[in-house]
Design a protein around this ligand. Structure first.
Ligand code: MTE
Ligand code: MOS
Length: 807
């Protein structure tokens, strides 16, 4: 492949008439709403001889498996085989850290699968699993984060993020506060549960369809379980019914089970977790514990932050280390803190292996600092929004990990524009009057900022490949390494290809993501799908376009010049727009794209190309926690107004205003959907979604007790804000990213921090103000009730303490 350096610097340049920027609907929207869209588990019923898999789940949080007799299962009608550790030809492990036995002898969490039954029907497989004789010797289990901390049960490395000297920072402080904060995780609750389907061909090649965000890693894990090279295993992902990070690493084991079953029986095997299995077996967002000490000067500017963040990693590492790293890299959020020392640890507990979830630790890091600012503002005698604004990064300042905050001025711009458009000041007045007039209800209003780093911290992952075919008739087929989980990546990639080739989007078709088309791909994660794969597709298209330009310009042969009715210009001056090819300045004298393609074929021009993109300028030292891990930052801010009922703690979101920076949007319609969806998912995490485990010493110890939609409350239409206004920041084109766009998938989730801060304001308003107002997370109506009760009682009991140094 030849690289034209000009292409790289022109990555962000957008042609005047382009398919990117159009409000194209999701490429599968019609299929989604008519029920015709196929998901992994829809594909199995089409196969003859399909076998169904069912796990035997262990009923202990921690135990030794002392006996496993599968023979009674084989007597159950329809049961074909039971997969156990003895069947694994390769490595009995489903992770990349080699700490996740696929068929364990030591049970590490309640509900862990110890073996899998294959049968002619799901029901037969289920009955087979029931018949298995399994005996366990229960072992002591660590279920809560506090238990794990007390027992010093940690896993993985313990990085420290450090800048300056916190001792000095605290000496410079006028006010020093300390606190602790423990907050909950989150269940992904993607509509499609984990699923895999495997078949074997006559050469022993294994074809796995998997609902995975990371087909390459699914391929690698399946290959090492089978003990075969990667070239024998192909993984395809048609689409996912949601992933949200939950399918970045968790699908591998299920794919490996299906693959192993297919290899051993010669029949296609499907694994699809039902909802209860998915909830009890797969990892969730990490809950965290934070202890902190913070210093402010007389103006309320942060002087130092010292903290220890401990995440609950569950039984194995999977992505816990990178999630923790991102949490540390986001504990600053939008704020300049001169002296920083933050230690990170991953606790090892007997729970599901907690994993990636939209924001990937970023939300947890940001929640800690926003909680600190929300709690400290009244103690400093400042409005919370004033305290936040005073601490914003200024242009030229750097993060604690040493990366300059590019476009820091956008923070102030977003903030000011949103304060104005949301009529923040006027509404603060209205709310004060409302609160004074209503003894049993309080309203709260809050604004919070978001600064989120885009790129994988792990530098190597910031690469992508694409394969683009132009057929003789001028139609285009694209393939890239990213997966579609509803976020609209494929739609954007079609728009990118159409723009780069100068053809209508209707000429471009996208083929399913497969590891035999584009190899060695990164997970579709870190919101970087469009940046990376868009760069690769654009590269492939531009290679083809350059060849077509040469043909069109008649630069190949004098013969060609007559034959193709050449434009008679230099190839650089050939333009491709909406299916027409013309010399710059002469759009009236255009060739048809299809004609140029046809002629190029007959001139024996390769009409396909492999594209590649690597994000330039990144480096990261994960030991020192220093470097430039991110290509750029995403900015945004949210304003939320809530009303809380003083009798019950029940609340509603009266109005939400969001302003978010997506650069120059590749597709404003999809980006709007991502911002709305991300915000609502974040609001769910912070308010409603309350994961519980059985913490008793009884026989159910360690069991997820919120294992269904009846006990785990997701946001639904009734929790939507009554007024919901979302805008994209204008005039924000991002140089160095495909067509000037910015990533959008995760950052808006953290706009929901404004919901929590608004609830805090409302709770505090039940008291007489001027005090620290703690609030649990999730801030369920119950938690809000206790918070407002504390505020009310403190207000009734004592006068507001005076705060030294506050003005
Ligand atoms: N949107 C939908 N509808 N479904 C999803 O599963 N996942 C989110 C986000 N938006 C998700 C989604 C997560 S966790 C990430 S990292 C990004 O999409 C991944 O896609 P992208 O890189 O193409 O933005
Ligand atoms: Mo997203 S949590 O990076 O899959």
């Amino acid at each position: 492949m030849t690289r034209d350096p000009i292409q790289v610097t022109h990555l962000s340049e957008r042609p005047a008439r382009s398919a990117v920027g159009e409000q194209a609907i999701h490429e599968s929207a019609a299929l989604h709403v008519t029920g015709h869209a196929l998901y992994t588990d829809d594909l199995g019923v089409r196969l003859a001889g399909l076998l169904h898999a069912w796990p035997l789940q262990a009923p202990h949080a921690h135990a030794r498996l002392t006996r496993l007799d599968v023979t009674p299962a084989l007597a159950v009608p329809g049961v074909v085989r039971v997969l156990t550790a003895a069947d694994v030809p390769g490595e009995n492990d489903s992770g990349v850290k080699h700490d996740e036995p696929l068929f364990p002898t030591e049970v590490m969490f309640h509900g862990q699968a110890v073996c899998w039954v294959l049968a002619e029907s799901t029901e037969a497989a289920r009955l087979g699993a029931q018949a298995i004789l399994a005996e366990y010797e229960p072992l002591p289990a660590l279920v809560t984060l506090r238990e794990a901390i007390a027992a010093e049960s940690f896993q993985g490395n313990q990085p420290t993020l450090r800048r300056g000297d916190v001792t000095l920072g605290f000496e410079q402080a006028t006010h020093i506060f300390e606190g602790e904060f423990e907050f909950g995780g989150q269940e992904h609750f993607y509509l499609e549960t984990n699923a895999a389907l495997a078949q074997v061909d006559e050469n022993g090649q294994v074809f796995i369809q998997s609902s995975t965000q990371h087909p390459t890693e699914t391929q690698e894990i399946a290959a090492h379980v089978l003990g075969v090279p990667s070239h024998l295993v192909t993984v395809q992902c048609l689409r996912m019914g949601g992933g949200f990070g939950g399918k970045e690493m968790q699908p591998h084991g299920y794919a490996a089970v299906a693959a192993l079953g297919a290899v051993l029986t010669g029949r296609p095997v499907r694994v699809r977790l039902n909802r209860t299995q998915d909830l009890t077996m797969t990892g969730k967002r990490h809950p965290f514990h934070a202890s902190w000490k913070v210093g402010f000067d007389a103006e309320g500017k942060l002087t130092a932050l010292q903290a220890t963040l401990t995440s609950d990693g569950g039984w194995s590492l999977d992505l816990s280390e990178p999630v923790l790293a991102r949490a540390l890299c986001h504990i600053d959020n939008a704020y300049y803190i001169p002296h920083v020392e933050v230690l990170g640890r991953v606790a090892k507990t007997n729970k599901t292996s907690q994993t990636a979830f939209r924001g990937f630790g970023g939300p947890q890091g940001m929640l800690v600092i926003e909680d600190i600012l929300g709690r400290c503002a009244p103690l400093l005698g400042l409005d919370a929004h004033e305290l936040r604004q005073r601490n914003f990064y200024q242009p030229g300042e750097a993060t604690p990990y040493g990366q300059e905050v590019r476009h820091a001025e956008r923070l102030a711009r977003v903030w000011d524009e949103l304060l104005a458009s949301s009529e923040f000041a006027a509404r603060q007045q209205d709310i004060a009057s409302f609160n004074a007039a209503h003894p049993h209800a309080r309203r709260g209003l809050a604004i919070t900022p978001v600064k989120f780093g885009i790129s994988f911290n792990f530098t190597s992952y910031n690469q992508a490949g694409a394969l683009v075919h132009v057929y003789k008739d001028g139609s285009v087929l694209i393939n890239h390494g990213g997966t579609e989980m509803g976020q609209g990546l494929h739609t954007k990639m079609i728009q990118v290809a159409a723009t780069a080739l100068g053809v209508p989007t209707s000429c471009v078709r996208l083929a399913p993501t497969r590891t035999d088309k584009v190899p060695n791909t990164s997970a579709t994660a870190a919101s970087s799908g469009a940046d990376l794969n868009g760069g690769a597709i654009k590269d492939a298209c531009e290679q083809i376009r350059a060849r077509l330009a040469a043909v069109a310009a008649g630069a190949l042969l004098p013969l060609a010049r007559q034959k193709v009715g050449a434009l008679g210009v230099h190839p650089d001056d050939v333009r491709f727009e909406h299916g027409r090819v013309f010399a710059v300045g002469h759009p009236g004298l255009a060739l048809d794209f299809r004609q140029v393609v046809h002629d190029a074929y007959h001139l024996r021009t390769p009409l396909w190309a492999a594209g590649f993109y690597r994000t330039p300028g990144l480096h990261w030292d994960r030991e020192a926690m220093q470097g430039t891990p991110f290509k750029y930052f995403s900015y945004g801010a949210g304003v939320t107004e809530v009303e809380v009922d003083g009798f019950t703690g029940a609340y509603k979101l009266r109005r939400v205003d969001l302003l978010h920076d997506v650069g120059e949007s590749l597709n404003p319609l999809l980006d709007l959907g991502q911002i709305e969806g991300g915000f609502v998912q974040g609001a769910g995490w912070l308010t409603l979604e309350d994961l519980r485990w059985d913490e008793s010493q009884g026989p159910g110890r360690g069991r997820v007790t919120t294992a269904s939609a009846s006990t785990y409350k997701l946001p639904s239409f009734s929790e939507m804000p009554e007024v919901f206004r979302v805008s994209l920041l204008q005039g924000a084109a991002e140089s160095g990213v495909v067509y000037g766009s910015k990533a959008v998938g995760e950052p808006p989730l953290m706009l929901a921090l404004s919901v929590r801060e608004a609830l805090r304001q409302a709770c505090a308003a039940f008291g007489d103000g001027g005090r620290e107002q703690p609030l649990a997370s999730p801030a369920t109506p119950e938690a809000v009730y206790w918070a407002l009760t504390a505020a009310r009682e403190a207000g009734a009991a004592a006068p507001v303490p005076s705060v030294a140094g506050a003005d």
